[in-house]
Design a protein around this ligand. Structure first.
Ligand code: CO
Length: 480
C-alpha cells in the first residue's frame, strides 16, 4: 500500500501554461497580521512543448510565482521567464533546443548531433538581492526580472561580474550580518572539465562585490549546492564521471552522460573564505548530494548536515519520469559529517533514514550551530516515495514532528520566515506550495513552525495548479 496514487502524483506534473494575477480570496484560517512581504518560488512550468513531452522536469521552462502578503491579504502572480529558448520555442511551436536532462529536438540523433547549445531555462532558484530579482539556473547566467510584475528584463551579468556564458549557481547562501555588520551573499560558479574551476563571489547587501576567489580542483565536478561557515565554503564533489560522447553524438542529454562510481569516495572540498590558497580536499563515503542543510564550526571541527543518496540515478533514454519505479531508486536520507581539519578525516553518521529532500532552517542560523531543521518528507517512515509532509527535528531534544498532507496532497520545499520580533529559533512560519490531487489545484500553506502538530495557520487556495517546483525565497518587501 502506498500513501498516494500514481495518478494524483502524475497530475502535479501537468504543464501550467497560463499566467495569472489576482488577490487570493479562498482562504481557510487566516493570514497573520505581521506576515508581510513576498514569497517567490521558481520551478518548471512547462512539461511539454506544444504536446511534445520534455524528458525530465529539470528541463522545464522556469516559471516564477510571487505570493505577496500585506494587511492580512495575499496576492498571487506567476510569469514564465522569457528566456531566449522559451520565446523561440513558443514562436516555433516545437522543441528547438536540447535539454541538459535528455530533452532532444525532434528528428532523432541526426537533428541533435554536435548541437551543443543548451537552453538556459532559468528554472531552479529565485533571489531578491540588492534591489534585483534574479531567476537562477546553475548552467548559465541568471535572468533579471522586474520584481513588481515579474516581467523578464533579460540575462544579467550581476553588475558586470559574470562573463558571457559564465555560470552562477542556483544555491546562494546568505550570511546574516551580526554585530552591526550587513548581510553577505555568497554564491559560486563552476567551470567543469577534466579539472574544474570553482569561483566564489561574496556580495554586500547592496549587491556590490566584496570578494572573488577561484580554485582549481582535480576532476569533473557536478556541484549543485554548497554550505558555508564563517571561515569556509564547503562542497561535496560526488563520485561522478562524465563521458560526453553520447551527448556530442546527439544520442543523450549532457545530464544523461554522468556515471556514478560507487567504489570512489566523495570528496569534501573546503575553500577558505579569506581568499588564501589553503584549499583542502578530504574523502568520505561514496554518496550523491544535491543539497546541504547547514554547516557550522565547533571546537576546531566543521559539521555539515546533508541529504545523501546511495547513488545517482540515471535518467535513461526513453524512460518517462512519470512512470518512475520509486522502489528501484534510492531515497534521500539525512547524514551528518564531522570534519577534523587537524587530523584530516571525516566521520559520518545517519541522522534520519526517512525519505527527505528540500531542507530549510531559520535564516539567522545559516553557517552556525542550529537547533531546528525543517524538511520535506515522504508520508511513510521508510522507502522512497514522493514528498507528502514536512518534518521538524529538534536536535536538542530529539523530538520529531510531522505535518502530513497524504494521501492526496504533495509538498516540496518549505521556507522558514522568522517572526518580525521572534526570540526563539523556531519563532516563525513555514511557507510552501502544496499540490492538491483531489482538486487538481495548489494551495499556499502557512504553518506555525513552533508546532507542526497544530493545524495550519492558513491555507490559501489558488484557482489552478502549479507544477511541482524547486526553490523559493522570501523578502520583507511587498510586490503586489
Ligand atoms: Co537545489
Amino acid at each position: 500500500m502506498t500513501s498516494y496514487t500514481r495518478e494524483d502524483w502524475q497530475r502535479g506534473y501537468e504543464s501550467q501554461p497560463n499566467e495569472y494575477d489576482y488577490w487570493i480570496d479562498d482562504i481557510e484560517g487566516e493570514i497573520p497580521e505581521d506576515l508581510n512581504g513576498t514569497f517567490f518560488r521558481n520551478g518548471p512550468g512547462l512539461l511539454n512543448i506544444n504536446g511534445q513531452p520534455i524528458a525530465h522536469p529539470f528541463d522545464g521552462d522556469g516559471m516564477v510565482c510571487a505570493i505577496s502578503f500585506k494587511n492580512r491579504r495575499a496576492h498571487f502572480r506567476n510569469r514564465f521567464v522569457k528566456t531566449e529558448g522559451y520565446v523561440a520555442e513558443k514562436a516555433a511551436g516545437k522543441i528547438v533546443y536540447r535539454g541538459v536532462f535528455g530533452t532532444q529536438k525532434p528528428g532523432g540523433w541526426l537533428a541533435n548531433i554536435f548541437d551543443l547549445k543548451n537552453k538556459n531555462i532559468a528554472n531552479t532558484g529565485i533571489l531578491y538581492w540588492g534591489d534585483k530579482l534574479l531567476a537562477l539556473w546553475e548552467g548559465g547566467q541568471p535572468h533579471s526580472l522586474n520584481p513588481q510584475n515579474l516581467e523578464t528584463i533579460g540575462i544579467d551579468d550581476v553588475d558586470g561580474i559574470l562573463q558571457p556564458g559564465q555560470t552562477f549557481s542556483a544555491h546562494p547562501r546568505i550570511e546574516k550580518g551580526k554585530d552591526g555588520k550587513g548581510d553577505v551573499l555568497v554564491n559560486f560558479s563552476v567551470k567543469p572539465g577534466l579539472s574544474s574551476t570553482i569561483t566564489i563571489f561574496e556580495f554586500n547587501s547592496q549587491g556590490k562585490l566584496l570578494k572573488r576567489y577561484s580554485h582549481y580542483i582535480p576532476g569533473f565536478a557536478f556541484l549543485h549546492d554548497m554550505a558555508i561557515t564563517p571561515n569556509y565554503c564547503i562542497f561535496f564533489q560526488n563520485p561522478i564521471s562524465l563521458n560526453p560522447l553520447p551527448f556530442l553524438l546527439g544520442l543523450r542529454g549532457i545530464g544523461q552522460c554522468l556515471d556514478f562510481s560507487p567504489n570512489k569516495s566523495t570528496q569534501v572540498i573546503l575553500i577558505p573564505r579569506d581568499g588564501s590558497k589553503a584549499l583542502k580536499i578530504l574523502e568520505t563515503k561514496p554518496c550523491f548530494v544535491f543539497h546541504h542543510c547547514n554547516a557550522w564550526e565547533k571546537n576546531g571541527e566543521i559539521y555539515v548536515d546533508s541529504i545523501c543518496y546511495k547513488s545517482f540515478s540515471q535518467i535513461d533514454l526513453g524512460d518517462d519520469f512519470r512512470e518512475v519505479d520509486f522502489d528501484s531508486i534510492p531515497e534521500g536520507q539525512l547524514w551528518r559529517f564531522k570534519i577534523n581539519l587537524s587530523e584530516n578525516n571525516v566521520e559520518h553518521k545517519l541522522l534520519e533514514s526517512r525519505c527527505c529532500e528540500f531542507p530549510t532552517l531559520n535564516p539567522n542560523n545559516v553557517g552556525e550551530a542550529y537547533r531546528y531543521l525543517f524538511i520535506g518528507v515522504a508520508d511513510k517512515p521508510s522507502g522512497n516515495a514522493p514528498l507528502q509532509g514536512i518534518l521538524k527535528i529538534d536536535w536538542q531534544t530529539g523530538e520529531h514532528q510531522v505535518f502530513s498532507v497524504a494521501p492526496r496532497g504533495f509538498t516540496g520545499e518549505p521556507l522558514f520566515v522568522p517572526f518580525p520580533n521572534g526570540v526563539n529559533e523556531d519563532d516563525g512560519w513555514l511557507l510552501m506550495l502544496m499540490y492538491d490531487g483531489a482538486k487538481h489545484r495548489s494551495d499556499v500553506v502557512i504553518l506555525d513552525a513552533r508546532d507542526l502538530n497544530k493545524k495550519p495557520v492558513g491555507i490559501l487556495h489558488l484557482k489552478h495548479h502549479i507544477p511541482y517546483g524547486l526553490h523559493g525565497s522570501f523578502t520583507p518587501n511587498f510586490f503586489g
